[in-house]
Design a binder for this molecule. Structure first.
Ligand SMILES: [Zn+2]
Length: 348
Protein backbone atom coordinates (compact mmCIF):
# COMPACT_ATOMS: atom_id res chain seq x y z
CA UNK A 1 0.00 0.00 0.00
CA UNK A 2 1.46 3.26 -0.94
CA UNK A 3 1.74 6.17 1.38
CA UNK A 4 -0.44 9.06 0.49
CA UNK A 5 2.52 11.44 1.02
CA UNK A 6 4.30 9.87 -1.91
CA UNK A 7 1.70 11.13 -4.25
CA UNK A 8 2.89 13.84 -6.53
CA UNK A 9 0.61 15.23 -9.09
CA UNK A 10 1.99 15.26 -12.53
CA UNK A 11 3.17 18.76 -13.55
CA UNK A 12 0.67 20.32 -15.80
CA UNK A 13 2.18 20.91 -19.07
CA UNK A 14 2.77 24.54 -20.12
CA UNK A 15 1.01 25.95 -17.16
CA UNK A 16 3.03 29.16 -17.14
CA UNK A 17 3.28 29.49 -20.87
CA UNK A 18 1.14 32.28 -22.24
CA UNK A 19 -1.87 31.21 -23.99
CA UNK A 20 -1.61 31.38 -27.61
CA UNK A 21 -3.27 34.50 -28.82
CA UNK A 22 -6.38 33.84 -30.63
CA UNK A 23 -7.09 35.30 -33.94
CA UNK A 24 -8.48 38.80 -33.83
CA UNK A 25 -12.17 38.76 -34.00
CA UNK A 26 -15.21 40.44 -32.73
CA UNK A 27 -14.65 39.35 -29.17
CA UNK A 28 -11.01 40.37 -29.00
CA UNK A 29 -10.38 43.55 -27.02
CA UNK A 30 -8.52 46.16 -28.98
CA UNK A 31 -6.11 46.82 -26.15
CA UNK A 32 -4.93 44.86 -23.29
CA UNK A 33 -7.19 45.59 -20.43
CA UNK A 34 -5.53 46.88 -17.37
CA UNK A 35 -6.64 44.93 -14.39
CA UNK A 36 -6.52 47.00 -11.33
CA UNK A 37 -4.96 45.09 -8.61
CA UNK A 38 -5.67 45.89 -5.10
CA UNK A 39 -2.53 46.86 -3.31
CA UNK A 40 -1.65 44.40 -0.73
CA UNK A 41 -2.05 46.03 2.60
CA UNK A 42 1.00 45.81 4.76
CA UNK A 43 0.68 43.49 7.65
CA UNK A 44 -0.74 45.12 10.67
CA UNK A 45 2.25 44.36 12.80
CA UNK A 46 4.79 45.72 10.33
CA UNK A 47 5.69 49.34 11.01
CA UNK A 48 4.54 51.60 8.25
CA UNK A 49 7.51 52.93 6.39
CA UNK A 50 7.39 56.34 4.77
CA UNK A 51 6.81 56.34 1.08
CA UNK A 52 10.24 57.75 0.29
CA UNK A 53 11.98 55.02 2.13
CA UNK A 54 10.26 52.38 0.27
CA UNK A 55 12.37 50.31 -1.95
CA UNK A 56 12.40 51.46 -5.54
CA UNK A 57 13.55 49.76 -8.61
CA UNK A 58 17.07 51.00 -9.28
CA UNK A 59 16.81 54.05 -11.65
CA UNK A 60 18.81 53.76 -14.83
CA UNK A 61 21.48 56.46 -14.97
CA UNK A 62 21.09 58.86 -17.98
CA UNK A 63 24.57 59.39 -19.32
CA UNK A 64 23.54 62.52 -21.24
CA UNK A 65 21.65 64.23 -18.52
CA UNK A 66 24.32 66.93 -18.18
CA UNK A 67 23.56 68.22 -21.68
CA UNK A 68 20.49 70.14 -20.58
CA UNK A 69 22.62 72.09 -18.09
CA UNK A 70 25.18 72.81 -20.76
CA UNK A 71 22.45 73.99 -23.14
CA UNK A 72 20.99 76.23 -20.46
CA UNK A 73 24.39 77.78 -19.75
CA UNK A 74 24.92 78.36 -23.44
CA UNK A 75 21.58 80.12 -23.80
CA UNK A 76 22.37 82.35 -20.85
CA UNK A 77 25.76 83.12 -22.35
CA UNK A 78 24.29 84.04 -25.73
CA UNK A 79 21.69 86.25 -24.04
CA UNK A 80 24.33 88.11 -22.08
CA UNK A 81 26.41 88.54 -25.23
CA UNK A 82 23.49 90.00 -27.17
CA UNK A 83 22.43 92.35 -24.39
CA UNK A 84 26.00 93.53 -23.86
CA UNK A 85 26.49 94.31 -27.54
CA UNK A 86 23.14 96.04 -27.93
CA UNK A 87 24.14 98.72 -25.48
CA UNK A 88 24.36 102.06 -27.28
CA UNK A 89 27.81 103.52 -27.44
CA UNK A 90 28.05 106.24 -24.84
CA UNK A 91 28.48 109.65 -26.45
CA UNK A 92 32.05 110.73 -26.68
CA UNK A 93 32.98 113.43 -24.25
CA UNK A 94 33.49 116.76 -25.97
CA UNK A 95 37.13 117.69 -26.28
CA UNK A 96 38.38 120.40 -23.97
CA UNK A 97 38.25 123.94 -25.26
CA UNK A 98 41.99 124.19 -25.67
CA UNK A 99 42.23 120.85 -27.46
CA UNK A 100 44.12 120.92 -30.73
CA UNK A 101 44.18 117.72 -32.73
CA UNK A 102 47.57 116.28 -33.46
CA UNK A 103 47.94 116.24 -37.25
CA UNK A 104 50.43 113.40 -36.94
CA UNK A 105 48.02 111.22 -34.98
CA UNK A 106 46.51 108.21 -36.63
CA UNK A 107 42.86 107.42 -36.22
CA UNK A 108 42.47 104.75 -33.56
CA UNK A 109 39.05 103.88 -32.16
CA UNK A 110 38.98 104.99 -28.55
CA UNK A 111 36.11 102.74 -27.56
CA UNK A 112 36.54 99.18 -28.63
CA UNK A 113 33.50 97.00 -28.08
CA UNK A 114 33.54 94.98 -24.90
CA UNK A 115 33.04 91.83 -26.91
CA UNK A 116 34.53 91.31 -30.26
CA UNK A 117 31.55 91.26 -32.61
CA UNK A 118 31.95 88.47 -35.11
CA UNK A 119 30.88 89.13 -38.65
CA UNK A 120 30.58 85.54 -39.69
CA UNK A 121 26.91 85.72 -40.51
CA UNK A 122 27.02 89.07 -42.23
CA UNK A 123 24.58 89.11 -45.10
CA UNK A 124 26.03 89.88 -48.51
CA UNK A 125 25.77 93.58 -49.21
CA UNK A 126 24.14 94.83 -52.37
CA UNK A 127 27.30 95.99 -54.06
CA UNK A 128 26.81 96.33 -57.80
CA UNK A 129 28.78 93.76 -59.68
CA UNK A 130 30.42 95.29 -62.72
CA UNK A 131 28.77 93.73 -65.71
CA UNK A 132 30.64 94.08 -68.95
CA UNK A 133 28.30 96.03 -71.18
CA UNK A 134 28.52 95.71 -74.91
CA UNK A 135 29.57 98.80 -76.80
CA UNK A 136 26.09 100.01 -77.63
CA UNK A 137 25.86 103.77 -78.10
CA UNK A 138 22.75 105.62 -77.01
CA UNK A 139 22.94 107.70 -80.15
CA UNK A 140 24.76 107.21 -83.42
CA UNK A 141 24.88 110.35 -85.54
CA UNK A 142 25.94 110.38 -89.14
CA UNK A 143 27.50 113.58 -90.38
CA UNK A 144 26.09 113.44 -93.90
CA UNK A 145 28.73 112.91 -96.61
CA UNK A 146 31.53 113.26 -94.10
CA UNK A 147 34.53 110.92 -94.34
CA UNK A 148 37.77 110.81 -92.46
CA UNK A 149 40.57 111.84 -94.81
CA UNK A 150 42.17 108.74 -96.24
CA UNK A 151 39.51 106.39 -94.88
CA UNK A 152 38.32 103.70 -97.24
CA UNK A 153 35.01 104.79 -98.61
CA UNK A 154 32.45 102.49 -100.04
CA UNK A 155 30.44 104.56 -102.50
CA UNK A 156 27.19 102.56 -102.41
CA UNK A 157 25.16 105.52 -103.61
CA UNK A 158 26.38 108.24 -105.96
CA UNK A 159 25.80 111.08 -103.49
CA UNK A 160 28.68 113.42 -102.88
CA UNK A 161 26.57 116.04 -101.11
CA UNK A 162 25.46 119.41 -102.33
CA UNK A 163 28.02 122.07 -103.29
CA UNK A 164 26.70 125.54 -103.96
CA UNK A 165 28.11 127.91 -106.63
CA UNK A 166 29.77 129.99 -103.92
CA UNK A 167 31.61 126.88 -102.70
CA UNK A 168 29.46 126.23 -99.63
CA UNK A 169 29.43 122.47 -99.07
CA UNK A 170 26.70 120.41 -97.48
CA UNK A 171 29.27 118.28 -95.65
CA UNK A 172 30.68 121.29 -93.79
CA UNK A 173 27.27 122.05 -92.31
CA UNK A 174 26.40 118.45 -91.48
CA UNK A 175 29.74 117.86 -89.78
CA UNK A 176 29.51 121.06 -87.75
CA UNK A 177 25.93 120.40 -86.63
CA UNK A 178 26.70 116.73 -85.89
CA UNK A 179 29.66 117.72 -83.70
CA UNK A 180 27.58 120.25 -81.77
CA UNK A 181 24.69 117.81 -81.30
CA UNK A 182 27.07 115.10 -80.18
CA UNK A 183 28.72 117.27 -77.56
CA UNK A 184 25.32 118.41 -76.22
CA UNK A 185 24.21 114.77 -75.84
CA UNK A 186 27.50 113.75 -74.24
CA UNK A 187 27.10 116.60 -71.78
CA UNK A 188 23.72 115.10 -70.88
CA UNK A 189 25.47 111.81 -70.13
CA UNK A 190 24.68 109.89 -73.31
CA UNK A 191 27.08 107.65 -75.15
CA UNK A 192 26.97 109.39 -78.50
CA UNK A 193 28.99 108.26 -81.48
CA UNK A 194 29.86 110.10 -84.67
CA UNK A 195 29.68 108.09 -87.88
CA UNK A 196 30.92 108.75 -91.39
CA UNK A 197 28.57 108.57 -94.31
CA UNK A 198 30.08 105.21 -95.20
CA UNK A 199 31.33 104.26 -91.81
CA UNK A 200 33.21 100.98 -91.34
CA UNK A 201 30.65 100.09 -88.66
CA UNK A 202 28.09 99.50 -91.40
CA UNK A 203 30.42 99.06 -94.32
CA UNK A 204 28.65 95.80 -94.92
CA UNK A 205 25.31 94.81 -93.59
CA UNK A 206 25.89 94.73 -89.84
CA UNK A 207 22.81 93.66 -87.90
CA UNK A 208 24.88 93.63 -84.72
CA UNK A 209 25.25 97.40 -84.77
CA UNK A 210 22.19 98.34 -82.73
CA UNK A 211 22.45 101.78 -81.13
CA UNK A 212 19.45 102.93 -79.12
CA UNK A 213 18.81 105.59 -81.74
CA UNK A 214 20.27 106.52 -85.09
CA UNK A 215 20.13 109.86 -86.88
CA UNK A 216 21.68 110.87 -90.18
CA UNK A 217 22.05 114.63 -90.71
CA UNK A 218 21.84 116.06 -94.21
CA UNK A 219 21.17 119.38 -95.91
CA UNK A 220 19.17 119.85 -99.11
CA UNK A 221 20.15 121.43 -102.42
CA UNK A 222 21.15 124.94 -103.39
CA UNK A 223 18.06 125.65 -105.51
CA UNK A 224 17.20 129.31 -105.75
CA UNK A 225 14.87 131.28 -107.97
CA UNK A 226 11.16 131.80 -108.47
CA UNK A 227 10.60 128.34 -109.92
CA UNK A 228 12.07 126.75 -106.77
CA UNK A 229 9.90 128.60 -104.30
CA UNK A 230 9.03 125.28 -102.66
CA UNK A 231 12.69 124.58 -101.85
CA UNK A 232 12.69 125.73 -98.25
CA UNK A 233 12.18 124.14 -94.88
CA UNK A 234 13.17 120.84 -93.32
CA UNK A 235 11.92 117.26 -93.27
CA UNK A 236 12.47 114.17 -91.15
CA UNK A 237 11.73 110.61 -92.25
CA UNK A 238 12.33 107.01 -91.28
CA UNK A 239 12.77 103.92 -93.39
CA UNK A 240 9.84 102.85 -95.57
CA UNK A 241 8.83 100.17 -95.01
CA UNK A 242 9.85 100.24 -91.38
CA UNK A 243 10.95 97.22 -89.41
CA UNK A 244 10.11 98.99 -86.16
CA UNK A 245 7.21 101.25 -87.04
CA UNK A 246 6.24 102.35 -83.52
CA UNK A 247 9.74 103.37 -82.44
CA UNK A 248 10.62 104.83 -85.82
CA UNK A 249 7.46 106.96 -85.71
CA UNK A 250 8.19 108.07 -82.16
CA UNK A 251 11.76 109.04 -83.03
CA UNK A 252 10.56 111.11 -85.99
CA UNK A 253 7.83 112.71 -83.86
CA UNK A 254 10.24 113.60 -81.04
CA UNK A 255 12.75 115.08 -83.47
CA UNK A 256 10.07 116.98 -85.38
CA UNK A 257 8.49 118.44 -82.27
CA UNK A 258 11.81 119.66 -80.95
CA UNK A 259 13.37 120.80 -84.22
CA UNK A 260 10.21 122.61 -85.28
CA UNK A 261 10.52 124.93 -82.28
CA UNK A 262 13.80 126.14 -83.74
CA UNK A 263 12.92 126.06 -87.43
CA UNK A 264 9.54 127.73 -87.08
CA UNK A 265 11.26 130.60 -85.31
CA UNK A 266 12.99 131.32 -88.61
CA UNK A 267 9.93 130.56 -90.72
CA UNK A 268 11.23 127.20 -91.90
CA UNK A 269 8.27 124.81 -92.24
CA UNK A 270 8.18 121.04 -92.32
CA UNK A 271 8.34 120.44 -96.08
CA UNK A 272 6.44 117.15 -96.49
CA UNK A 273 6.31 117.44 -100.26
CA UNK A 274 10.05 117.11 -100.75
CA UNK A 275 10.57 113.85 -98.87
CA UNK A 276 12.20 111.63 -101.46
CA UNK A 277 13.09 107.98 -101.71
CA UNK A 278 16.66 109.08 -101.10
CA UNK A 279 15.48 109.61 -97.55
CA UNK A 280 13.12 106.69 -96.97
CA UNK A 281 15.50 104.28 -98.66
CA UNK A 282 18.60 105.79 -97.12
CA UNK A 283 21.41 103.28 -97.53
CA UNK A 284 22.44 103.04 -93.85
CA UNK A 285 18.93 102.07 -92.75
CA UNK A 286 19.52 98.68 -94.32
CA UNK A 287 22.98 98.17 -92.88
CA UNK A 288 22.29 98.40 -89.16
CA UNK A 289 20.13 96.34 -86.86
CA UNK A 290 16.68 96.56 -88.49
CA UNK A 291 14.97 97.21 -85.16
CA UNK A 292 17.14 100.23 -84.35
CA UNK A 293 14.99 103.36 -84.27
CA UNK A 294 16.48 105.34 -87.13
CA UNK A 295 15.72 108.60 -88.87
CA UNK A 296 17.20 110.98 -91.41
CA UNK A 297 16.81 114.76 -91.38
CA UNK A 298 17.33 117.38 -94.04
CA UNK A 299 17.98 120.46 -91.93
CA UNK A 300 16.96 122.86 -94.70
CA UNK A 301 17.79 123.95 -98.24
CA UNK A 302 21.21 125.39 -98.78
CA UNK A 303 19.81 127.87 -101.32
CA UNK A 304 16.92 129.56 -99.57
CA UNK A 305 17.71 128.60 -95.95
CA UNK A 306 21.35 129.55 -96.26
CA UNK A 307 21.39 132.08 -93.41
CA UNK A 308 19.51 129.73 -91.09
CA UNK A 309 21.85 126.82 -91.82
CA UNK A 310 25.07 128.75 -91.50
CA UNK A 311 24.40 131.15 -88.67
CA UNK A 312 22.05 129.29 -86.28
CA UNK A 313 23.82 125.97 -85.93
CA UNK A 314 23.88 126.10 -82.14
CA UNK A 315 20.09 126.33 -82.01
CA UNK A 316 19.79 123.66 -84.71
CA UNK A 317 21.96 121.31 -82.67
CA UNK A 318 19.97 122.07 -79.54
CA UNK A 319 16.78 121.19 -81.37
CA UNK A 320 18.21 117.85 -82.47
CA UNK A 321 19.73 117.01 -79.10
CA UNK A 322 16.50 117.81 -77.28
CA UNK A 323 14.51 115.62 -79.64
CA UNK A 324 16.89 112.68 -79.20
CA UNK A 325 16.89 113.24 -75.45
CA UNK A 326 13.09 113.16 -75.38
CA UNK A 327 13.09 109.96 -77.41
CA UNK A 328 15.71 108.24 -75.24
CA UNK A 329 13.78 109.21 -72.12
CA UNK A 330 10.80 107.34 -73.55
CA UNK A 331 8.56 110.33 -74.14
CA UNK A 332 5.52 109.87 -76.35
CA UNK A 333 6.28 113.16 -78.14
CA UNK A 334 2.91 114.44 -79.26
CA UNK A 335 2.96 115.79 -82.81
CA UNK A 336 4.01 119.42 -83.05
CA UNK A 337 1.25 121.94 -82.74
CA UNK A 338 0.40 124.17 -85.65
CA UNK A 339 3.19 126.57 -86.38
CA UNK A 340 2.19 130.02 -85.15
CA UNK A 341 2.37 132.75 -87.77
CA UNK A 342 5.68 134.57 -87.64
CA UNK A 343 5.68 137.99 -86.08
CA UNK A 344 8.01 140.87 -86.53
CA UNK A 345 9.68 140.13 -83.19
CA UNK A 346 10.70 136.67 -84.42
CA UNK A 347 12.63 138.03 -87.35
CA UNK A 348 16.35 137.32 -87.00
ZN1 LIG B 1 22.96 114.79 -98.32
Amino acid sequence: MSDSSDFKPLPRKNKAAPRKRQSVGANTPSATRRVSRARAAPPADEPRTPRSRRARPPAQKNRFGWLKYAAFLMMVGVGVFVVANLQPTPPAAPPPADFTPDPEATLVPTQAPFFAIPHIFELPTDTPTPIPTPSVPDVAIVAGHWAIEGAARVPDVPDSGAICPDGTREVDITKSVADKTLSLLQRRGYRAELLQEFDPVYKDVNPDFAPRSFLSIHVDSCLVGAEYAYATGYKIAHAEPSDNQVQDDRLVTCLTRSYDKVASKYDKPFNYNTITRNMTEYHAFRKIDPTTPAAIIELGFLGQDYDFLLHHQDEIAQGLARGLDDFLKGQTCAPPTATPPPTTTDAP
